[in-house]
Design a protein. Sequence first.
Length: 93
Amino acid sequence: MRALDDVSRGYSDIDSGSQVLIKDGNRKLIASGSLGKGSLAELGSDPACVFSVAVENIPSSDFYTIEIGNRKGMTYCKEEMQQKKWRLELSLG
């Protein structure tokens, strides 16, 4: 679910079905998934589109890089992922 002006603001790669890649510390693809249906949410005073994704059966690695759409990947060590209980909240903008 995207506002019409999101494409002009550079978010055309983020939408339901956008690819989510999980890579290990050697940048090797180890798992993948896709964004679910977006929903409108209020984050503070700004509206936002929120997507969920679940990627299962991710092999163990010391580091994980999560890439969504055409975005630069975010890297987390295994301990960080365990502390976050394998749940991430990422934002754009």
